[in-house]
Ligand binder design. Sequence first.
Ligand SMILES: Cc1cc2nc3c(=O)[nH]c(=O)nc-3n(C[C@H](O)[C@H](O)[C@H](O)COP(=O)(O)OP(=O)(O)OC[C@H]3O[C@@H](n4cnc5c(N)ncnc54)[C@H](O)[C@@H]3O)c2cc1C
Length: 378
Amino acid sequence: MTSWLDEDLTAFRELARSFCEKELTPNQERWSEAKQVDRELWTKAGEVGLLCLSIPEEYGGGGGTFAHETVLLQEQARALDDAWGVSVHNGIVAHYILNYGTEEQKRRWLPRMASGELVAAIAMTEPGTGSDLQSIKTKAIRTGDSYVVNGAKTFITNGAQAGLVIVAAKTNPGEKASGVSLVVVETEGAQGFRRGRVLDKIGMKGQDTAELFFDDVTIPAENLLGTQEGQGFIQLMQQLPQERLIIAVSAVAAMELAVQQTLQYTKEREAFGRPLFGFQNTKFTLAEAATEVEVSKAFLDQCITRHLRGELDVTGAAMAKMWTTERLGKVVDACLQLFGGYGYMNEYPIAKAWTSARVQRIFGGTTEIMKEIIARTL
Ligand SMILES: Cc1cc2nc3c(=O)[nH]c(=O)nc-3n(C[C@H](O)[C@H](O)[C@H](O)COP(=O)(O)OP(=O)(O)OC[C@H]3O[C@@H](n4cnc5c(N)ncnc54)[C@H](O)[C@@H]3O)c2cc1C
């Protein structure tokens, strides 16, 4: 049992598990084809209290902690779902609003996110820049009581369904990091706001990943997140550790599941008159993989405990993201090999795990950027 688990979380796990098994698992194929989940999934999740889990009750949230978010992500992985962008909604966007929003902004947006009325996204990446966030071109220029937003964003999780988008934009285009602010665009009825394609990915096919365009979109000045311009880059740097820890949680859950599935398969499938598990290569491969899982879990648990105490720093989160996603890639690839040709068939969960794993080393900051961050403190 991990150190941060308690009875309350074990009871919550039951709720999360039954929701994920009932609402997520049966819909995977359909969502893959649609390149997004059903919009109603969000309202159903809101009704049972699975949205904004770690947001105080006074803003409509569940009043829980990051541990609740972790349990939901683990159960989502266990239900073989890689489509629902709940981690962005719950673990990322809601926390930007909670941490930097004015009282009025929190009351305006969080309860609607908690009910599922608003689906939330965060748009940092642009066609011309991802890792180098300081070089974004999207602008939000103040004119009187409004900001006018112009620019294009891509690869945005929940982009096709989002009713609320936190947009990273330059309020002072002459500056690099200090020119960046976060502004909130409520998409319904927003003149000049357009969604582009829902992108066709090699994995996570049911997850809504879209292009967004802003052509002279006018938003009220009070949609600046916080009260001061130029704080966006600092806000992003402060929140990215939680985003990276979320990715690490999903990576470890996926790794553990891949090993379990492969153990089961290799004990059932036979070749040369014995189960695949009878070959030394299979046993050694799985022994290594099981060890990778345990080591990753121990480190992840330590990072979660630190985060729950408010002590996880940028470097620790970068290490967790880099380590777990790199290990995931290695473990899932080795597991897939043990399935032989069946491992390459989409109907086998290991095939989906393999394609889903690939992006973990890219989004939320690439492995190379994690190394840059870690190296700065050495
Ligand atoms: C499925 C998916 C979902 C996503 N969801 C979101 C989202 O919700 N919101 C959002 O804003 N973005 C999202 N992204 C974007 C993601 O965060 C970026 O793709 C990622 O940060 C990398 O940026 P890039 O694609 O522009 O690559 P680039 O920055 O162009 O990098 C290309 C390569 O160069 C390397 N590189 C870049 N700089 C350096 C350096 N200094 N040193 C060494 N190597 C370097 C990178 O590591 C990478 O290997 C998503 C992406 C995907 C694929």
